[in-house]
Write a protein that binds this ligand. Structure first.
Ligand code: SDX
Length: 430
């Protein structure tokens, strides 16, 4: 990696700062010594211009709408691969050979069951508990069961913890859904592939045979690929920061799930579908476009806009195609929500407000329509996002742990509070 330097003039000081170039994408100005040289911090709330780390995992070009996992375009991985192949790629950096894939699939498959005492966790929740609340609790609790894979200094234990999380997330997610709908838990079936196993654990009932629909399984597997990783987004940054203190991997992933839940992030898929349901019919779209543009109205078009993509989110295009595939397979000819979504997108993309602010549909805009058609309640949408993103969180966490320059993350601040002042007794406070 090549580097040059840049000069920064601060007050009467002139400071030389190294500029580091990556393989592709923006270079960075290394400010790690700035405070020591100038006594000043940089200021970047929301981290719009801040690179928090070096990474080899995912590259995004927001202006061109490009997304690469370990250099491979998301379009090609979604078209030709499966989710566990993408997991292997994100974790190890290369596409697996046939033997490596078979071994990886075998190892993941043999970790799909959870400790049977986990079942008792669920009975502590109300039936109407949000499945994301259950996931935050249960994934964090995995560290109470798997003490033999919490020592982050041991590469073997890190690998076991990683396998356990990738393998157990579908089981826990399906248990959260079953508990929510009051149906008995369904155990994994190891002869099924990863996503078919998940569909069966969600939708099979003891009263009858369940047959996995291969078109839906393929569509959901592709949706998992689209959600697997996305550079230093909020929940990944949360996992990295939690992991920088040496917290165990299960606790770090639970922190990532908590962050993903927010409607500005992974919770947007649930919020987007609720928005489409609230709009209801295409004739009400102008009213909502006006609300989204009204500075005094907090309403935003959920599933639109992105911190990095200032062009169409490449995942949204694939998502839209998958939506049509699933609706066709299910014989849903005219889905009113899809009619509203397509019309809303066409109006928004021509509206000068959205054009000027470069607001395009993101991955969350169409995913809800697809997942609802598959039979998932809206409260499960972000759980599915978390299920898929677990491998990205783990790959990024592992990269951080294995980085020899890794230190605890500890940002500073611009203090704007009260200067020093002395204590006043309550009698003197008037
Ligand atoms: C995900 O980071 C990732 O990579 C995330 C993710 C991943 O895979 O991990 O891609 C997944 O989280 C996708 C995003 C899902 N969120 C939503 O769909 C929620 C709706 N979108 C917005 O809240 C917003 O666009 C964000 C949160 C996604 C991005 O926020 P930014 O980058 O902080 O942008 P901003 O809020 O400063 O908005 C810039 C301007 C503002 O107007 P001005 O104050 O400049 O006049 O655009 C406006 C905003 O008001 N704007 C919107 C809008 N999004 C931004 N106006 C109406 N509707 C919207 N959706």
């Amino acid at each position: 990696m090549s580097s040059t330097s840049s000069m920064l003039n601060v007050d009467d000081k002139s400071v030389e700062l190294a500029v580091k170039e990556g393989t592709i994408g923006p270079s960075v100005v290394d400010i790690s010594k700035l405070y020591g040289q100038t006594g000043m911090f940089t200021y970047d709330p929301g981290f719009t211009s801040t690179a928090a780390c070096e990474s080899k995992i995912t590259y995004i070009d927001g202006d061109k709408g490009v997304l690469l996992y370990r250099g491979f375009p998301i379009e090609q991985l979604a078209e030709h691969g499966d989710f566990l192949e993408t997991c292997y790629l994100l974790l190890y950096g290369e596409l697996p050979t046939a033997a490596q894939k078979a071994d990886f699939d075998y190892r993941v498959t043999r970790h799909t069951m959870v400790h049977d005492q986990m079942n008792r966790f669920f009975t502590g929740f109300r039936r109407d508990a949000h499945p994301m609340a259950i996931m935050v609790g249960c994934v964090g609790a995995l560290s109470a069961f798997y003490h033999d894979s919490t020592d982050i200094s041991d590469p073997h234990q890190r690998m076991v913890a990683s396998m356990r999380m990738i393998a157990k997330m579908p089981t826990l997610a399906a248990m959260a859904y079953k508990y929510h709908v009051g149906q008995p838990f369904v155990y994994p079936q190891n002869e099924l592939d990863y996503t078919s196993n998940f569909l069966r654990m969600c939708f099979a009932v003891p009263a009858e045979e369940y047959k996995v629909n291969p078109v839906l399984a393929r569509a959901l597997d592709r949706i998992f690929i689209l959600h697997a990783d996305h550079e230093q987004n909020a929940s990944t940054s949360t996992v990295r920061l939690a992991g920088s203190s040496g917290a165990n991997p299960f606790a770090c992933i639970a922190a990532g799930i908590a962050c993903l839940w927010g409607p500005a992030h992974g919770g947007a898929n649930e919020a987007a579908l609720k928005m489409l349901e609230e709009i209801g019919t295409p004739d009400r779209i102008p009213e909502y476009i006006a609300k989204a543009k009204d500075k005094n109205d907090p309403f935003r078009l959920m599933g639109f806009g992105h911190r990095v993509y200032k062009n169409y989110d490449p995942r949204a295009r694939i998502m839209q195609k998958t939506t049509h595939e699933v609706l066709n397979e299910l014989g849903i000819k005219d889905d009113p929500l899809l009619d509203v979504a397509v019309e809303l997108e066409q109006i928004a993309l021509k509206d000068e407000y959205f054009v000027e602010k470069k607001l395009y549909p993101n991955i969350d805009f169409y995913s809800g329509i697809t997942l609802k058609a598959m039979g998932f309640p809206t409260s499960m949408f972000t759980v599915l996002f978390a299920l898929a993103r677990t491998v990205g969180w783990i790959a990024q966490w592992s990269e951080m742990i294995e980085d020899p320059s890794q230190r605890i993350g500890r940002p500073r601040q611009l203090y704007v509070g009260s200067p020093r002042r002395d204590y006043v007794t309550v009698a003197q406070r008037g």
